[in-house]
Each structure stands twice: as structure tokens, then as C-alpha cells.
Design a protein around this ligand. Structure first.
Ligand code: NAI
Length: 361
């Protein structure tokens, strides 16, 4: 007798793993929640892998919890190692210390990368600007070592602040900047300092950066400028600059000046980068004067998100986002009020989403 073979059908199930990237969202003050919501609308309309963990910080968190940087949020960043941050209020003259500066210290985000590109061509802007400012992010006058000295009953007769710069900190940021320049096919680095006056504080920065630069000779042109001259040269002929490497305070001031060359703070992103954590943000502040009016420009935070996409090695998505922003600003002429247009935050955001969707159609 022959036995019929038993046949078994095995149904193979396709198992697909969806890659997710957890990101801590820092909501911020003033226009912070508005531009963060607009940015999320855009990113959620793209095929990104982000999973959001949203927290309040800054003045609103301080009023609610007594701390501008709630511990729960810091714990979350310790896990995600990646954050997208809206601007945070820092009281002027007194009050709590800047939560933004504390974040940079807490996660040793020693490099602040601030790229600037011309998007809008107008008589008020410079054409063809494509430069990157790299700012040391944890040392210098930002260390917050300052006090008043009372004299003759005046408790604030004298104010004294210390800037602190270390050779290892200078070497760390210089190596980052030179590596960044080579990796991104840049041609020149300008080291910006005030070593003629602050001979120790910024002299050490210049000396160390030049020393690090020797390893890159032949691959990059290296020069140095005194900060005041650099500020003037940026206005006269910004295209002479490619990558600027500078200290914490000078970087803060020059990056706002550079934003002014391309149309203002609404177009200026930044990345705070450490060895294992990165926080991306707009370089502008909370813009209290326009908060709640629905007219804030979310482009800086959107461009910061494009930097975040590059950071997680999604360059195609980053380019798609930048192209959609460029198309809306340049071809559709839809611009917020700060850029001379009349679009609200929501009209502008919807236009970017339309562009993103039409480029996939
Ligand atoms: P700001 O950058 O908030 O505003 C300067 C000017 O630019 C204002 O006229 C504002 O309306 C305009 N502006 C800024 N961003 C804009 C946008 N996205 N769309 C349209 N217009 C925009 O600078 P300000 O007034 O010196 O600082 C306000 C607060 O922000 C302060 O508490 C400061 O400490 C904080 N701040 C926070 C930063 C951060 O969290 N990274 C950075 C800079 C300031």
C-alpha cells in the first residue's frame, strides 16, 4: 500500500521592522509652542521615523514646577539623546539662570553649529551667502561666574564677571570645527578672537585653534580675525567667509548679525552638538512682541529639523524639507510678516506641507 505524502503549507509572515527615532520636544515660551506645533505638522506630513516626547521648559515650567528644566524632561533627554527645542525665556538682569545654557552644560553640548544660507533674494539681503558659524558652547563668559562688590552702602557698586576657557575645551571645539569643515567640503576656516585685548582668555583660544589647524594644512585655508574687524567685514563682504570658528559670546553676537544678512532671525537654525547628545533649535528667542498672534515664522525651527534629519542620517528627507521651504519662499512667494509677506504661521505651514505632498505626487 502506498501512503500519500503529507503536505504541509507553511505560510510565511513578512515581519517588517519599522525604525523609530525618539525625540524629546522642548516646548518653550513666547512663540515657542506656535512654531513647535507648525514644525510638527510639517514633520508629521513627511515620512520621518520620529516619535515625540513633549515637555514644557523655561518660564512656564518654572512658574508651574519651580524649575525651568524639569527633571522628567532631563531624564527623557538622557534616554533619547536627541531633542528639538523651542526658545526659552531668560529673565534679564536677575532671576533664574538661562535654561538654554544649563542644557548645553548638562549634556556637554560643546559645539554650536549655525549655518546661514540666502533663501530670499531682496535688496535687503545678500545673495549667495553660504557660511557656517561654529561657536564654542560651554566656556568663556557664559560660565556665569559673576558677582557684585558693595562699596559705601551701594550693593552694586562694582560688577565683576570671569570668563573661563580651557586648553582642552579649545582643542575639542577646534577639532570639531576642522573635522566639520573637511567633512562638509568647505574650503576655509576663519578663527575669530580678541587676542589683542583679552590676551589670555581669547589668546588661548586662538593659539590652540591654530595648533589644531596645523594638522589640516593643505586641506583647508586657515586665517584669523579680530572680532570687531570680522563684524565689519561680514557687512562689507560676507562671501569672503566660509566657516567661522569662535568663542561662546562672540559666536552668539556674530550669528545674529549673520542672520540679519540673509533676512533675519526667522531663517536661522542651530544645532548644539556633544559627543552623544544633540539638541536642535532656532537661534532666535521667544519673540514676546508677537507671541500668540499667529504670525511667527517657523522656518528657523524647520531648518533646525532639517539639521536633525541630517544628524540621524536621513539626508534625502533633509533636502526634501529644505527644497519645500525654498519653493514656498521663492517660487510661491508665501512669506511671514518678518520677511515682508503677509502669511500667517498656519498659511505658511500649510503651503510647505502642500509642496512636500506635491513633490511625492
Ligand atoms: P528674540 O529673538 O526673541 O526677538 C528679536 C526680534 O526678532 C523680535 O522683534 C522678534 O519679534 C523677532 N523674531 C524672532 N524670532 C522670530 C520669528 N520666528 N518670527 C518672526 N519674528 C521673530 O530676541 P529677544 O527679544 O532679545 O529675546 C527674548 C527672549 O528670548 C529672552 O528671554 C531671551 O533670553 C530669550 N532667548 C532665548 C533663546 C533660546 O532659547 N535659544 C535665544 C535667544 C534669546
Amino acid at each position: 500500500m502506498t501512503v500519500a505524502p503529507v503536505t504541509t503549507t507553511i505560510i510565511k509572515k513578512e515581519v517588517t521592522t519599522i525604525k523609530t527615532t525618539p525625540v524629546t520636544l522642548i516646548e518653550g515660551d513666547g512663540i515657542g509652542p506656535e512654531i513647535l506645533d507648525a514644525t510638527l505638522d510639517v514633520l508629521n506630513a513627511m515620512d520621518t521615523s520620529f516619535v515625540w516626547h513633549r515637555f514644557k521648559a523655561g518660564m512656564r515650567a518654572y512658574e508651574e514646577t519651580g524649575d525651568a528644566l524639569p527633571g522628567e524632561m532631563l531624564d527623557n533627554i538622557r534616554q533619547t539623546r536627541l531633542a528639538l527645542k523651542a526658545p526659552l525665556t531668560t529673565p534679564v538682569g536677575s532671576g533664574f539662570r538661562s535654561a538654554t545654557v544649563r542644557l548645553r552644560e548638562e549634556f556637554v553640548l560643546f559645539a554650536n553649529v549655525r549655518p546661514a544660507r540666502t533663501y530670499i533674494h531682496s535688496p535687503r539681503n545678500y545673495d549667495n551667502i553660504d557660511l557656517v558659524l561654529i561657536r564654542e558652547n560651554t566656556e568663556g563668559l557664559y560660565v556665569g561666574v559673576e558677582h557684585y562688590i558693595p562699596i559705601d552702602g551701594d550693593p552694586k557698586a562694582v560688577a565683576e564677571a570671569s570668563g573661563i576657557i580651557t586648553r582642552s575645551g579649545c582643542r575639542r571645539i577646534a577639532e570639531f570645527a576642522f573635522d566639520y569643515a573637511v567633512r562638509n567640503h568647505r574650503k576655509k576656516i576663519t578663527i575669530v578672537h580678541k587676542a589683542n585685548i583679552l590676551k589670555a582668555l581669547t589668546g588661548l583660544f586662538l593659539e590652540t585653534a591654530l595648533e589644531v589647524g596645523r594638522k589640516y594644512e593643505g586641506r583647508l585655508e586657515i586665517e584669523d580675525r579680530i572680532v570687531d574687524n570680522c563684524a565689519m567685514q561680514l557687512v562689507i563682504n560676507p562671501n569672503q567667509f566660509d566657516v567661522i570658528l569662535t568663542t561662546n559670546m562672540f559666536g552668539d553676537i556674530l550669528s545674529d548679525e549673520i542672520a540679519g544678512l540673509i533676512g533675519g532671525l526667522g531663517l536661522a537654525p542651530g544645532g548644539n552638538i556633544g559627543r552623544d547628545t544633540a539638541i536642535f533649535e532656532a537661534i532666535h528667542g521667544t519673540a514676546q512682541d508677537i507671541a500668540g498672534k499667529g504670525i511667527a515664522n517657523p522656518t528657523s525651527l524647520l531648518l533646525a529639523s532639517a539639521m536633525m534629519l541630517d544628524h540621524i542620517r536621513e539626508p534625502e528627507l533633509a533636502t526634501r524639507l529644505r527644497n519645500a521651504i525654498r519653493a514656498v519662499l521663492v517660487e510661491d512667494h508665501i512669506r511671514t510678516i518678518d520677511l515682508g509677506g503677509d502669511a500667517s504661521t498656519s498659511t505658511y505651514t500649510a503651503a510647505i506641507i502642500r509642496r512636500l505632498q506635491s513633490d511625492c505626487a
